[in-house]
Design a protein around this ligand. Sequence first.
Ligand code: ZN
Length: 392
Amino acid sequence: MRTIFFLFAVLTATFLPAQSVKKIHRKAVLVDTHNDVLSSGVLDGIDISKRVKEGHSDLDRWKEGGVDVQFFSVWTGDKPRNKEGFFQDAKQEIDSLNILVLKNPFRMTLARNYQEVKKGLRQNKFVALIGVEGGHMIENDLGKLEELYKMDMRYLTLTWNNSTSWATSAMDETLHADSLKQKGLTEFGKQVVRKMNELGIIVDLSHTGEQTFYDALAVTSKPVLLSHSSVWSICPVFRNVKDDQIKALAKNGGVICINFYSGFISKEYDQRSTYLNGSGKRIIQDSLFSILHDSVAMKTQWQQYYDAEMNKVRPSIGQLVDHIDHIATLVGDDYVGIGSDYDGVGSLPVGLEDVTTYPKITEELFRRGYSKKSINKILGGNVLRVMKANFR
Ligand SMILES: [Zn+2]
């Protein structure tokens, strides 16, 4: 009897937490606010209805990772893909998502309001929403903003790395500050924010400069989102947000969704990459390889060396959860979420290689003592609150 009791105690200690953490993950509504698979795979003809080897995401793998709601990012860099321009690029990408939804009516649905999100969840479908990344996509035209709303855009990131004539980006405000004529939102930029509030489009402040961030917070009447950004005080890069910004965001009732990119999570990764792409490149090439610079052989060897070196400094899951911890400690667990940037980044923390791996984040939160209630907020509850407050 004592042996049985002992065995029971061991089994309880070993398996119950694992079982309950799996259950917490399965039952939680997991919302990821940023994924780039449309521009990095679907537009090239990759059918993510079935399991694919390419990239980080497909419908099967999202299911395996327990993802319930996914914002699909509509993205073009600072040069349009189509000769007609950025707005046409956005339409083309939105079409590619609509085709995916039409092909998979029993597995997924596109949500346009909060009720449709809830309905999709009740039907156990994968809920897709559209987020457009970069104010340049509206081509300085409030009419096009409204048209994108009618095409079901539910967040707009005010800038990507490139500024618009009405909002400055984090990249320009930090790296090209001297060449900027003005910083922050212009009067038209403020009109864009007000129009977004009125239409029911979430204001996304990832990628925006600090001045744009504070200007937008002063204008918006609704809680904002940072769809894919991490914490500056842990990893001080221009794309991450400072503690004062996090405090201001909490006052607004918004959410910052943690970006998984290794270079935004780990300072060491960022520093190594800066060195190898900068002053270190020639020094190492001279010392390691006795072949011609700029030859094909050199480029291949360098790439292999670079990949191996960067692989050594990829962060751990714990280092990613440190970013969540930091925000929860600074302002509380109501203001942090998940915005992976899967299929938009070249390096991820060890163990978070694709969209099947989210349960490991839940495990780490659980291991650190986060309650079920708190985990539910972080995985999706907080973003659902912001969606509800913004959508009509
Ligand atoms: Zn981005």
